[in-house]
Design a protein around this ligand. Structure first.
Ligand SMILES: [Zn+2]
Ligand SMILES: [Zn+2]
Length: 156
């Protein structure tokens, strides 16, 4: 194991923080942990991880090239988790955070309120930028089997 490398998310050694998640040795225990591991994945350009931790039904719509360019264009400096609400309902959570990065010219702060869904023991990011070309009565993008309208649509 690689030791003494600081985790990009700021919670100590990478080997004891986001690396086990990136290597799929374990799964995130909370939406906050998943969010942290996604930030670290951005910092390390682990595009597969970013795609695999997005809601199942959204994964085919993600723009891999755009995600890679966005992650590479910036230098990721620091993550600040502002607020984690772990139980919006049985399967949804939110994380408000600030990602500090350098865009080549100046330091920027990306402030976001993200929503997450838990499905079969795993947390997934609900990407608000994905267009959904289906009716609200179709099964939810998260795999829950509920109607989209009664499940993740409330958080997108
Ligand atoms: Zn970490
Ligand atoms: Zn859902």
């Amino acid at each position: 194991m690689s030791s003494a490398i600081q985790c990009p998310c700021g919670q100590g050694d990478y080997a004891n923080c986001c690396e086990p998640l990136h290597l799929k040795l374990t799964v995130a225990q909370s939406a906050e942990q998943l969010m942290r591991s996604r930030y670290s994945a951005f910092a390390q350009q682990q595009i597969d991880y970013l795609i695999e931790t997005t809601a199942l039904g959204q994964q085919p719509s993600l723009d891999r090239v755009a995600i890679r360019e966005w992650s590479q264009r910036n230098q990721w400096l620091k993550l600040e988790v502002i607020q984690h609400l772990p139980k919006l309902d049985k399967t949804h959570a939110s994380v408000e955070f600030k990602a500090h990065y350098h865009d080549g010219n100046t330091v920027q702060v990306h402030h976001e309120l993200s929503y997450f869904v838990q499905h079969q023991g795993q947390w997934y990011f609900l990407d608000p930028t994905v267009d959904h070309h289906f009716t609200m009565k179709q099964p939810c993008i998260c795999g829950s089997g509920k109607k989209f309208k009664q499940c993740c649509a409330q958080f997108l």
